[in-house]
Design a protein around this ligand. Sequence first.
Ligand code: XIL
Length: 375
Amino acid sequence: MTTAIAAACVALMLAAFTFDGGRSGNKSLSLKDAFDGKFLMGVAMNRSQIYRRDEADYWLIIDQFNSVTPENDMKWMHIHPEKEQYNFEHADKLVEFGEANHMFIVGHALVWHNQLAPWVFKTDDGATVDSTELMQRIRDHIRTIVGRYKGRVHGWDVVNEALAEDGSLRQSQFLAIAGPRFIEKAFEFAHEADPDAGLYYNDFNLVTAAKRDGAIRLIRDLKNKGIKVDGVGMQAHWGLTRPSLQEIETAIEMFSALGVNVMFTELDISVLPSPRQVQTADVSNRLRNTPAMDPYVDGLPDSVQHQLAARYASIFRLFKKHADKISRVTFWGLHDGVSWKNNFPVRGRTDYALLFDRDRKPKEAYHAVIEASKE
Ligand code: XIL
């Protein structure tokens, strides 16, 4: 456990007595209580939730979770849209919410090739920046943001999705301009700005062998150079049958053996047909909707509901078995109505990826996860 996590746990223990668990109408054990002492239970908050535009969402988050991540509002395009302009308004609100509710607050994501601001790679006259200038920009970005929330945001996704599917470094403009050292520099800048914050490498498909091994090489190299890396975030945008429990378990064991905390940072389970052979979470890659791709517009059949519940239960049984290695599990969204899976990888579908339905009611999968915690 990092100091940040330990501090947050103490805060959570104190806070537990002030929570009114009955407000959401859900009297059963909450997710955070069910896995208390094992790992944190987190949720990604969208902007409406950050601004308390929906009371049901607001109380459900407080009742069920002890960690929050902003779904979008700390991404470069939102928080640093122009070179000289930072927009902290929404991120500040999220941090205030997390603090008021004694939650473990995660910052997402400092360096990522998506949802980036267009100015980052361009000089004033439209040319491509050189390596020195890009490193300077990354440094200013990280120092300013991590510095602002020093001691308040407990952990950061420092670098997001820097790997390709074969485990080599992704051919991003960060890599093309600054070379591979942009990764270690990003971790160094974040560490300088807040020495106590947890620092994570975050990516999707980290349970498939080639990419997993690439991430292991990356993290091992960083650690060998004396760079502080505290955790690996596996996004976990999964399906009903893939990845296999065996793949997930192997990844947990292998990452943990590196001496880093393992986190599942963006968990959701899509019940919809996947348009591709290879599952991806690459947000630049969206496809067209067709009726065959969107079979449950009028509701989820019981058989699929059961399948989703069984899948979630088996995953949480596995997480529980490896609770000594896992520090946090975060759902990528609160309920099915706000899940990004309704629009990815195909726009405008009706997915059922989370534990609460569109009316904020706990689904069969929710009860199955709670039961799994008791076994
Ligand atoms: C997603 C958000 O959920 C969407 O609202 C947004 O339109 C696109 O990004 N990997 C990540 C997350 O690290 O930040 C992405 O979030 C999902 C994939």
